[in-house]
Ligand binder design. Sequence first.
Ligand SMILES: C[S@@+](CC[C@H](N)C(=O)[O-])C[C@H]1O[C@@H](n2cnc3c(N)ncnc32)[C@H](O)[C@@H]1O
Length: 263
Amino acid sequence: MTEPRGTLSCVGIGMTLGAHITPVARDHIASSDIIFVAASDALVELWIHEMNPNVHSLQIYYAQGKSRKQTYREMVDVVISEVRKGQKVCCAFYGHPGVFACVPHRLIKKARAEGFKAIMEPGISAEDSLIADLGIDPGQYGCQQYETSQFMFYKRIIDPSAYLILWQIGVAGDLTHGISVTGSQHRAVLLSLLYQNYPEDHPVIMYEAATLVIKQARSEEILLRDLINAELKDYTTLVIPPACSLTRNNELIKRIKDIKLVG
Ligand SMILES: C[S@@+](CC[C@H](N)C(=O)[O-])C[C@H]1O[C@@H](n2cnc3c(N)ncnc32)[C@H](O)[C@@H]1O
């Protein structure tokens, strides 16, 4: 007789409680032996509990003064240990499990490397809600997206004719990878970087998707310079619209026009 093999599914449950989940994600949650949930709202756990009572929170691994890197390692360890026991494991993450979230990617990679079946089921991410609520088409001018601290710690080439979306703006520049919102000194450093491409009075949008159907999304436009003292949460996303027009590449277009079409 062969031993039962563990499996892993990392599913997205979307941004708005109960409203964004796909039937496939719901099925994974309901049919698994054990569920881990990563969502800061306790209501989410209660809701998952109705689908499958064997639910465990991954939020408990976050702590003040503790690096998120350590938290992520612990999350991976606890989940993978259940897969190794032969359990059918499901991890439910708010939003999309593969968008600006390292734990689901690491889990799937590790589980597969150990020979287990592991899949990711997409969900509606903060970006999806942002596109709908702000009426932005990322294809209109193009769209760059960065995790804010990574954007600060590494040299990037910004294109100010495209949208720039900064994730985790609330913890901008935190070298300790903690969970507390950083303050005006960190934001001043970020602003000095952004001023290389954007005027100080450029309008930017602080965005927070509604997590309950009865709530409104926050979509607050401010001037870039006012970001320094703006109210930012760990779940705020910053949208910087283009600051200049697209520049047509006439030289390249001419080269294309000169191509002789065959047939
Ligand atoms: C670790 S990422 C997780 C993203 C998530 N996987 C998703 O699909 O949206 C956390 C960041 O997502 C964004 N985020 C999370 N909740 C949000 C919300 N309600 N509204 C807008 N952005 C949100 C913020 O930029 C936050 O710092």
